[in-house]
Design a protein around this ligand. Structure first.
Ligand code: AMP
Length: 280
């Protein structure tokens, strides 16, 4: 496995694979890797000749300076984990390599980028599009793997691609299921920052989502589900809801029709912001 720091090294490696007609899978990450990330890497390993994983904490997608500073950085551990997971190339650039000058591009993506995460983290998705468009242009993979843990992010990237913002990328976007701990908590790099007590509180989030899904079978309405989730989560005094949304799973706009819906939540557990979702 190679660990590369520069864009030109990655382009050269990609050119070598292409010269020999080999397929490339790509998994973008911000590091602090866990089994959720690794499930994407393994999927890429199964489906492609070569797998490239980027490890880059992208400053332009953080709308909160403290969140950026506190984001866990564990490159050596990440490299060790990737070595055992079928990764061929780790691309771990410095900020100056990715942004030699400020990226001023604005991506016009409509409502899909304005609701939920877009509303509560202004500028977040624009930063995601900046980095993902650069990474897809550098790696030009046949398949790019994204986790449904960040469901809205996939919808935003799909919209970015369909609007022609990344002409160099002709591959396929592959959504992958959420990987959870045995007790149900969605794996996240941010879980590392939870105290033992906060870790227990965090469980309430996934439990509320699972129970809500069960209630659909018993005839619950969207309002019933919203209220149930809000009541269940706010019962724990460590948790503070940012949003509970029942959204159309394609447009991500709020809906009361549960037939094509997803429930998405963002919750502060102490000062750690957690997101989770469940498809109905
Ligand atoms: P991040 O490092 O948080 O930017 O995540 C990198 C990729 O891994 C994104 O596509 C995430 O959606 C995905 N990912 C993160 N956590 C999980 C999880 N628990 N299950 C599946 N994919 C995940």
């Amino acid at each position: 496995m190679l660990v590369l720091k520069t864009i030109s090294e990655v382009r050269q490696a990609v050119a070598q694979y292409r010269k020999h007609g080999k397929t490339i899978g790509f998994v973008p990450t911000m590091g602090a890797l866990h089994d959720g990330h690794i499930s994407l890497v393994k999927r890429s390993f199964e489906e492609n000749f070569a797998t490239i994983v980027s490890v880059f904490v992208n400053p332009t997608q953080f709308n909160n300076k403290e969140d950026l500073e506190k984001y866990p950085r564990t490159l050596q551990d990440d490299v060790n984990l990737l070595q055992q997971s079928g990764c061929d190339i780790v691309f771990a650039p410095e900020v100056e390599e990715m942004y030699p000058q400020p990226d001023t591009r604005q991506f016009e993506l409509g409502m899909v980028a304005e609701v939920m995460e877009g509303k509560f983290r202004p500028g977040h998705f624009n930063g995601v599009c900046q980095v993902v468009s650069k990474l897809l242009t550098i790696t030009t993979p046949d398949k790019a793997y994204f986790g449904q843990k960040d469901y809205q992010q996939i919808a935003v990237i799909r919209t970015m691609l369909s609007k022609g913002y990344v002409p160099e990328f002709k591959g396929e976007l592959v959504p992958c299921p959420i990987k959870r701990a045995d007790d149900g908590l969605a794996l996240s790099s941010r879980n590392q920052r939870l105290s033992p007590q906060q870790r227990i509180s965090a469980l309430t989030i996934s439990k509320a989502l699972f129970s809500a899904k069960d209630k659909v079978k018993d005839g619950a309405t969207a309002n019933d589900l919203r209220k149930y989730i809000e009541d269940t989560i706010s019962f724990d005094s460590n948790l503070k809801i940012e949003y509970v949304e029942i959204a159309d799973k394609d447009t991500l706009c709020s809906t009361n029709d549960l037939h094509n819906a997803i429930i998405c939540v963002a919750v502060y557990d102490g000062d750690v912001r957690l997101i989770d979702n469940i498809l109905l």
